[in-house]
Design a protein around this ligand. Structure first.
Ligand SMILES: C[S@@+](CC[C@H](N)C(=O)[O-])C[C@H]1O[C@@H](n2cnc3c(N)ncnc32)[C@H](O)[C@@H]1O
Length: 278
């Protein structure tokens, strides 16, 4: 039987044309197959997986060659140091979104009780990361899809986030609380954006991605609803597209939010805009 090093070489070659991260993809899938950390691949390159495992591995490689995101094949993705279960019902958490989590942690008192809501929670990546970082905070995780809420529940249970409450709501429609912060990474891609036909995004649901002709419909809707659900001085923070910073700042300003800031991600793109209900 072929060993780990040979299988990885073969798989990387098979993925070379289809994926810009061919070697990394093959390694992630091999680790998932074996249930081992990445270090195993280099410590035991001569290990020979069973025939059934080799068949499963090349089945995944074929799916990856057809464009399936690695995270949908493994059912997992790391975010903010935690491993989240993912499913094709919602977005795969992105590293860029960690900026939204960090910006909220930097602006709210982490040693005092605070009430937050994450609108469009998906896997629960934002809500659960905030809740795990600050045990005194209570975080509501909202999505409108039942399948997504089941996924959040599984992530809450396996990561042991005791201070997360899961709610089904069309944005703020079913919220009865007032919050110290409303946080959201809503859909923000324009309906005719060509990126929808590229890479992993092709396999993610439109409900998680698309927000009207200019991509801003959901940010407008949430901003409009937010004031009634924020305490005085409460924070509203959005992730948005790299070219939407000025437009989102303008939406917040139009709804009388104060101290508006746009923050840049690691690639130096506008990524998060926030303001306060002073
Ligand atoms: C861009 S994804 C973000 C997922 C997750 N927060 C993250 O950052 O990885 C947007 C999420 O908003 C949810 N969503 C879309 N429209 C919604 C609505 N009207 N009310 C509540 N949630 C909605 C989608 O189901 C999806 O899970």
């Amino acid at each position: 039987m072929p060993n780990v090093a040979e299988l990885l070489r073969d798989a990387t070659a098979q993925l070379a044309e289809a994926s810009p991260s061919a070697q990394r993809d093959a390694e992630v899938l091999m680790c998932h197959l074996l249930g081992k950390p990445r270090s195993f691949l280099f410590t035991w390159p001569e290990h020979e997986p069973a025939a059934s495992q080799v068949a499963q591995f090349f089945h995944w490689i074929e799916q990856r060659r057809d464009g399936q995101p690695v995270a949908y094949l493994t059912g997992r993705r790391e975010f903010f140091g935690h491993e989240f279960l993912v499913s094709s019902d919602t977005l795969i958490p992105r590293p860029d979104t960690e900026l939204l989590v960090e910006s909220v942690l930097a602006r709210l008192p982490t040693d005092q009780p605070q009430r937050l809501v994450d609108l469009g929670t998906g896997t629960g990546a934002i809500a659960i990361s905030l809740a795990l970082a600050c045990e005194q905070w209570q975080v509501d995780a909202v999505d409108f899809q039942v399948a997504v809420l089941d996924l959040v529940q599984r992530n809450v249970s396996r990561l042991g986030a005791k201070n997360v409450c899961i709610l089904q709501s069309n944005w703020c429609d079913n919220l009865s609380e007032r919050y110290d912060a409303i946080v959201s990474n809503p859909p923000y891609i324009a309906a005719d954006d060509k990126h929808l036909n590229e890479g992993d995004v092709r396999f993610e649901p439109q409900t998680a991605l698309v927000a009207g002709a200019d991509g801003l419909d959901d940010i407008r809707k949430i901003t409009e609803q937010s004031r009634a659900h924020l305490n005085v001085g409460g924070l509203l923070a959005f992730e948005h597209g790299y070219d939407q910073g000025a437009a989102v700042a303008e939406i917040l300003s139009r709804h009388s939010f104060a101290r508006i800031e746009t923050l840049k991600d690691y690639a130096d793109h506008d990524r998060v805009t926030l303001g306060y209900a002073d």
